[in-house]
Design a protein around this ligand. Sequence first.
Ligand code: HEM
Ligand SMILES: *[C@@H]1O[C@H](CO)[C@@H](O)[C@H](O)[C@H]1NC(C)=O
Length: 496
Amino acid sequence: MIAELILFIVALCSLGYFWLKRTYSFFEKFGIEHDKPTLILGSNKDTLLQKANLVDHVETQYKSFNSNIVGIFDMVNPVFLLRSPELIRQVAIKDFDHFINRRPSFDASNGGLFGISLLHMQSQKWKDMRATLSPSYTGSKMRGMFELMKTNSEQAVNYMKSKLNEKETEIELKDLFSRYANDVIASTAFGLKINSFEGDNEFFKMGQVVTSFTTFETLKFFLISNFQTMSKYLCLKLFPKEQTDYFMRLVLDAMKQRKSQNIVRPDLINTLMEVKESGKWTDEEIVAQCFIFFFAGFDTVTLTLCCAAYEIMRDQDVQEKLRSEINEVVEFLDGSPLTYEALSKLKYLDAVLQETLRIWPQAPQVDRVCTKPTIIVDPYTGKTINLSVGDAVSIPIVGLQRDPKYFPEPMKFDPERFNDDNKKSIDSNTYMPFGIGPRMCIGMRFAQLEIKTILFYFLKEFKFERCSKSTVPLVLDPSTIQPEPKEGFWVKVLEC
Ligand code: HEM
Ligand SMILES: *[C@@H]1O[C@H](CO)[C@@H](O)[C@H](O)[C@H]1NC(C)=O
């Protein structure tokens, strides 16, 4: 019995060994430069062992190579890393039809609502849903949502004022801005009026559960995305059923209520009610599209706001210039409320936001999977690579955005890079904080509006200054995958 057990274990180990050996020699047949992987962890050793923040890791990895097409391993999955704007353009734009999907990591069985959201939908299904949702993120719909964002911004300003009245001037911004982001999601995606500045409500708590990733959850996330078959056998699920049920009920009840009372509001639920009528999608598929705001639009917006505030706290000249641009608009408005048009005229504000996203992109990399055989060509050496269906490619956004070849003195925060004259010379395939091509962020305009609205309201009332708890320079926490410092984003806030 013991002998058989030992034999079995030995057989299993050698099987694993040969499988890994084959996996890790994937790039040999292509004859390209590639990373030397660590057993099981692949090229992700530093992020998985919490030695490097994902943003820093992707940048370091980008810099560690010379060729334009190189090989890396996302744990045990080989990925072609594209290091030139021409190659990125080919894959994400020109040959988009050959690279429609991201790497399949989550689906209904392991990712619940997350798995069937637009982020993870595949091929034709994705095309249909993207086309269905796109109108809700443009033009007139955006104006309606802007009105809601203004109310949410006013709530944040009032909260800040009450803090200052209580002589509390040192503020942690992630907490502050996440409450704003939460209220915006509640009002624009779920049709709820809440004020998270007046204490934690149920919606806020549920949102916290689904977005805050502990070490255990990060590990689970990596396991599910990289060992799909195994995690299915182990029944690993990203979220507890309780949260999923909560959001399902919330959206479906709201729809019922609106239908019976003929309520029309300028939000996503309204669009999705029309989608529901068509009968093409399941209830889960519809609710999942509201849920995505938490994954794609909560931390991204919160941390972009934090990074922007950090930069303008550090550079008082930028802050003054920004405030004087804002004050001009305030004068022009002459007491009437902020309009969509007035906000879109703020060019310096736009430049500050773009420069923030250049240095601190919330998604340091994006990937695509080859869905039809394609030949990619290195524009400099002429080397060609035949990609087969299933091969994965990665676009190292932060690598390009911090490459001195494209952005001289990359770590210098300089909004003038995006002024009218200079921005013309930026190659759009080197700057892509919202991704690139038909599969880029659907919420881009929404996010920009949300961020600009609260910055407008805040900068006209408050000054940001450095305090003893501020982390300068910004050192990213190696134990998370998001661009944030361990200590949080502390600033001193003063009334203007
Ligand atoms: C500063 C804020 C944000 C940043 C930096 C950001 C960035 C990104 C990036 C890089 C991608 C991947 C694009 C690609 O693969 O080429 C993406 C996808 C996506 N984002 Fe955002 N995002 C932000 C806010 C939002 C918001 C507020 C929403 C809310 C609706 C949103 C919804 C989505 C969705 C649904 C996708 C998947 C699109 C698809 O696969 O068709 N994002 N985002
Ligand atoms: C790549 O594909 C082209 C065209 O189909 C073919 O001629 C070539 O032999 C292929 N190269 C390799 C290395 O398979």
